[in-house]
Design a binder for this molecule. Structure first.
Ligand code: DLL
Length: 433
């Protein structure tokens, strides 16, 4: 088994908990003493650092939300002097005011170590050639994975997003063995390669993909792996916590959350009470060692569950299941809760359906109306009209059974729906426009 840091990655859990408690205690005292924001928050919440006597006292601390970063834009939450900072990343601000995250040199180093452990847990190492096709710049994906990949001694090809044909040429010429990008971009790369007469499976050395930054289902993984002849590992993070932070290992059995850097809670979003392993709730993260922008009990809005037991790889750190959506992703259609991830899961289980779809929601005669536009495979597209009607009805039935709500389905020609180089935007909710 390949570990980046065997001492930490396989440390007995009691020792990890002791370390987390020490780090938490130190963090809370530091913030109470030196951060006006956190001191006020803790006072308002009626909690003093002396009240934190065990890890379970974490629940006494106040939450932080994205809105706190927005309210304090640009630098109200930055904890260290300017002289100590080495970098800013800034979110795109498409859903509100942007958020700014500041990093000290130690923050960059800890982030890099998290990713070095993650990448080596997927089996990558010195000698691998890793094409980083996440955006470089204010987005955290490109630079984050770049530093992590260099740290494990791999060769990095920093292509960023776009110019896809050239990306594919470089993949062949530089004998790339792994790619890091969004699942949407990986699908696009696969299609463009086919149009160029190149099979990723047979004509390149690509064997692994480090894929995340947006939701993608298990069915999508099956399709990507068999089509491109690679293993696809999920990776998760958010810019407020640093960027991409943890991934699955070769066992593909949940994300390994590095306990020396993070304390994770899964809470019932309605009651804010912790849920049991295996039960889904909102992921709440405390960054135990962050300096530039400390984060306590950050409500990510992402839904997941803790995995019970220790992974077959021997790493002792807690594991999280792949994400099943966001608290604010949920669509309410005629009173029924629907997650886009359920739609993807159902569609990709139908053999005539391709990998691309769009969801459009509108209000017609004061009733919610959901239209799912579905690209079908070139093979299905060559079918006769009665067969196409049958395919459409089958998709409508399967979606109705899964979602408990009627959905209109429109079949789309292969290649006709939008493709995305970064994160996909598959839902258009006209009710909120
Ligand atoms: O997407 C950081 C990142 C870069 C993660 C590269 C992985 C790889 P943000 O732009 O702040 O940061 O978006 C964070 O994206 O709260 C989730 O809702 C979603 N997300 C990220 N990874 C996954 C994943 C980066 N593996 C938001 N599965 C998060 C599902 C994900 N959703």
């Amino acid at each position: 088994m390949q570990y980046w840091d065997p001492r930490i990655e396989t440390m007995p859990q009691e020792k990890l908990h002791e370390m987390q408690y020490r780090l938490l205690k130190n963090l809370v005292y530091r913030l109470y003493s030196f951060s006006p924001f956190y001191q006020q928050r803790m006072k308002e919440h009626g909690v003093h650092p002396d009240d934190i006597c065990s890890l379970s006292d974490m629940k006494k601390l106040p939450f932080m939300r994205k809105q706190d970063l927005r309210d304090n834009y640009p630098d109200g939450l930055i904890f260290y002097d300017h002289e100590e900072l080495v970098r800013y990343h800034v979110s795109s601000g498409t859903t509100g005011k942007p958020t700014v995250v500041a990093y000290t040199a130690r923050d960059i180093d800890n982030w890099t170590i998290s990713l070095a452990r993650a990448l080596s847990s997927t089996g990558l190492s010195r000698g691998d050639v890793i094409q980083v096709s996440y955006g470089y710049g204010l987005f955290t994906g490109g630079l984050g994975l770049h530093y992590g990949a260099e740290r494990i001694g791999a060769i990095v090809v920093p292509t960023s997003v776009g110019n896809t044909e050239r990306q594919i040429e470089l993949m062949q010429d530089l004998r790339v063995t792994a790619i890091a990008c969004t699942p949407s971009y990986l699908l696009h790369i696969g299609e463009v390669a086919e149009r160029m007469g190149i099979s990723i499976k047979d004509d390149t050395l690509l064997r692994k993909a480090i894929v995340g930054a947006e939701p993608w289902s298990e069915k999508m993984r099956e399709r990507i792996e068999s089509w491109l002849g690679i293993k696809a590992y999920d990776i998760y993070g958010t810019s407020e916590l640093s960027g991409p932070l943890f991934s699955e290992c070769e066992a593909q059995a949940g994300f390994h959350v590095w306990s020396d850097f993070m304390f994770t809670e899964i809470l019932d979003p309605d009651t804010d009470e912790p849920v049991l392993p295996g039960v889904k709730g909102e992921l709440v993260v405390t960054m135990l060692q962050k300096e530039g922008l400390p984060i306590i009990r950050y409500r990510t809005g992402d839904i997941t569950a803790m995995e019970a037991g220790i992974c077959s790889c021997g790493r002792t750190h807690p594991r999280l299941q792949r994400l099943s959506g966001r608290v604010d992703d949920m669509l309410i259609i005629r009173g029924i809760n629907v997650f886009p991830s359920q739609i993807e899961h159902t569609l990709l289980g139908i053999k005539e359906v391709g990998e691309h779809f769009m969801i459009e929601i509108d209000r017609v005669n004061s009733l919610d109306d959901m239209l799912v536009r579905v690209e079908i495979t070139p093979l299905a597209f060559s079918d006769k009209i009665p067969d196409l009607i049958h395919i459409r009805k089958n998709i409508e039935n399967q979606l109705k059974n899964q979602l408990n709500v009627s959905v209109r389905v429109e079949l789309a020609e292969p290649g006709s729906l939008p493709r995305f180089e970064g994160k996909a935007k598959r839902v258009i909710d006209k009710r909120s426009m």
